[in-house]
Design a protein around this ligand. Structure first.
Ligand SMILES: Clc1cnc2c(Nc3ccc(N4CCOCC4)cc3)nc(-c3cccnc3)cn12
Length: 265
């Protein structure tokens, strides 16, 4: 702890706060996630944290937030994480209501690259949503919070907390699931970044309506969304996991290819 100068609070997570911090000897800027052990114990979330640390510490990808290390004292666990200088994607989305097709397509391409990488290691994230995505200085997306990630295939044991909007039909039916649930969440994410709303949300917070709409895959894509974008969303929001567009084909989808940064020849 005394290796770091602690700076301002960046935000609050479920089990504690995140601070910007500077490692004294190197001057290296990090994000320090401070988790209260008593809180973790209360929610029986220690195992989830151990899994998060084990998985995220071993992943190396430009669109996955680095976990450099961790330490603890008798009251807190500290995670030393890569600092994402532009913060939560969610805040940027709320501020400008919805992103352009070019900006969304680039974020989805970055997500597809990261998911190809973790699925290649038989890891599934299971909690892809704007709140868990951060932006670095170069507007690169960083997947954070592997608290829900597991090694595929898996059967969910914990109750669902937070938004239900990103749950896949097989998660709603508590069916065995594999990495294809991240494909569903990628479709939900693409829809939300382009429209500003999640496809299955409804104005009130009726728990069952969202579940019913997910189970029936009942969503409508607004007219302002381009034909190519619609095609990608529909190919990911397939009830049958085996019918969802494989992650490698997302990277070569026309809507992704047409918005790629023109390579400087
Ligand atoms: Cl882990 C991790 C690494 N980097 C961050 C980060 N970075 C970050 C940067 C900049 C700004 N600001 C930029 C100017 O306007 C005000 C916000 C916020 C967060 N935030 C969170 C976080 C966590 C929970 C709630 N809210 C934010 C977690 N992080």
């Amino acid at each position: 702890m005394n290796n770091f100068d602690i700076g301002i609070g960046l935000g609050k997570g479920q089990f504690g706060r995140v601070y910007i911090a500077k490692e004294k000897t190197s001057g290296f800027i990090v994000a320090l996630k401070v988790l209260k052990i008593s809180e973790l114990r209360k929610s029986n979330a220690e195992k989830q944290l151990v899994r998060e640390v084990e998985i995220q510490a071993n992943l190396r990808h430009p669109n996955i937030l680095r976990l450099y290390g961790h330490f603890h004292d008798e009251r807190y666990v500290f995670l030393v994480l890569e600092y994402a200088a532009k913060g939560e994607l969610y805040r940027h989305l709320k501020r400008c209501t919805r992103f352009t097709e070019k900006r969304t397509s680039r974020y989805i391409a970055q997500m597809a690259g990261a998911l190809t990488y973790i699925h290649g290691k038989h890891v599934i994230h299971r909690d892809i949503k704007p709140e868990n995505l951060l932006l670095d200085m170069n507007d690169q997306l960083k997947i954070a919070d592997f608290g829900w990630s597991v090694h595929a295939p898996s059967q969910r044991r914990k109750t669902i907390c937070g938004t239900k909007d990103y749950l896949s039909p097989e998660m709603v039916d508590n069916q065995p699931h594999d990495e294809k649930i991240d494909l569903w969440s990628l479709g939900v994410l693409c829809f939300e970044l382009l429209t500003g709303n999640a496809p299955f949300e409804e104005p009130s917070n009726g728990r069952d309506t969202t579940y019913k709409r997910i189970a029936k895959v009942d969503f409508t894509i607004p007219d302002h969304v381009s034909v190519d974008a619609k095609d990608l969303i529909v190919s990911l929001l397939q009830r049958d996991p085996s019918k969802r567009l494989p992650i490698k084909e997302v990277l070569s989808h026309p809507w992704i290819l047409k918005h790629q940064r023109k390579s400087i020849i």
